[in-house]
Design a protein around this ligand. Structure first.
Ligand SMILES: [Zn+2]
Length: 308
């Protein structure tokens, strides 16, 4: 009790003494208590905050994981879509091929709002008729070569060197290349002679007034009177007769007159109707009607696939 500091305050009521030491001690005590409380509170708060941070981190990690999963799934789905798209394209192509084979006219306004199923159904209506026509009337290449060395029409003859009408089409091919019948028919002529420049020659009679000539052949396979199917091997190409190089001279005749074989060799299931416009010396509508009647096809009157 030696360092006691006493403050005396005097006013009109008298004097009052304050023991400053005691006062300070109390302040220190309160302050200490306050400090301890503050530290405790701070500690608790920090712990709470830390746990909250931890939770947020966990949530963030799970979100990142979810995001990665979503990305992966997205990639999977994208690949699936790509695969399905390819499949769909393949199917569409097949339907288109099928339509080409059995005959649906590519009519923009009518096929636009038809489903694949409807189009296939529609295709089957005229398919049989088309198949018939493409078997009976000469079409396609009679030899595996699309190298046309001389077209049908007026030209300077390569050997005679004078202006002459070329009555067929020349398809360049090595000697010994297989030659096929352009349509069903019966062999009218098959002889290994000069034949007025044609060389070894095969002629086939087809239905409805058509006839095909295959000239400059090296080897004949069929004989006169043989019935042949479209695509059947009839001979091998060569360089016989009046020929300036190995090729097949291919001729198409209708009622005795030669026609340009080009629209006929270009005639396919897909471009079925083109020839009807390109070759006008044949009454196509009448021919198709006859074939339809032969087949007893009851084609719907308003069928958009009915050939013109
Ligand atoms: Zn020729």
């Amino acid at each position: 009790m030696k360092d006691r500091l006493i403050i005396t305050i005097t006013d009109v009521h008298g004097s009052k003494q304050y023991n400053l030491h005691q006062f300070v001690r109390r302040i220190v005590l309160y302050f200490s208590l306050f400090l301890v409380a503050l530290i405790l509170l701070g500690g608790v708060s920090i712990r709470l905050l830390l746990s909250e941070v931890k939770q947020i981190q966990e949530r963030r990690d799970s979100l990142i994981q979810e995001y990665a999963d979503t990305l992966e799934r997205n990639e999977q789905l994208r690949q699936e879509i790509e695969q399905k798209s390819e499949e769909l394209i393949t199917i569409s192509d097949r339907v288109e091929d099928l339509e080409g084979i059995i005959g649906v006219q590519k009519d923009e306004e009518s096929s636009g709002d038809l489903s694949l199923i409807e189009r296939v159904d529609l295709a089957s209506i005229t398919g049989v008729q088309k198949g018939f026509v493409m078997r009976l009337i000469p079409n396609g290449y009679p030899i595996n070569s699309n190298q046309v060395s001389a077209d049908y029409g007026w030209r300077i003859h390569p050997i005679l060197k004078r202006r002459e009408f070329h009555t067929g089409i020349d398809l360049r091919a090595p000697v010994g290349t297989p030659v096929y019948a352009a349509a069903d028919g019966v062999v009218d002529f098959s002889r290994s002679e000069y034949n007025g420049g044609y060389g070894n020659l095969v002629k086939i009679d087809h239905s409805f007034g058509f006839k095909t000539f295959y000239a400059h052949l090296s080897k004949l396979i069929v004989k006169k009177g043989d019935f042949v199917k479209k695509g059947q091997l009839i001979a091998y190409s060569g360089n016989t007769g009046m020929s300036s190089g190995p090729h097949l001279h291919y001729e198409i005749r209708f009622l005795g007159n030669h026609l340009d074989p080009r629209p006929f060799i270009d005639w396919t299931m897909k471009d079925y109707t083109n020839i009807f416009e390109k070759e006008t010396s044949v009454k196509w509508q009448s021919l198709l009607t006859t074939i339809n009647n032969l087949m007893e096809i009851q084609a719907p009157r308003s069928s958009p696939a009915e050939p013109r």
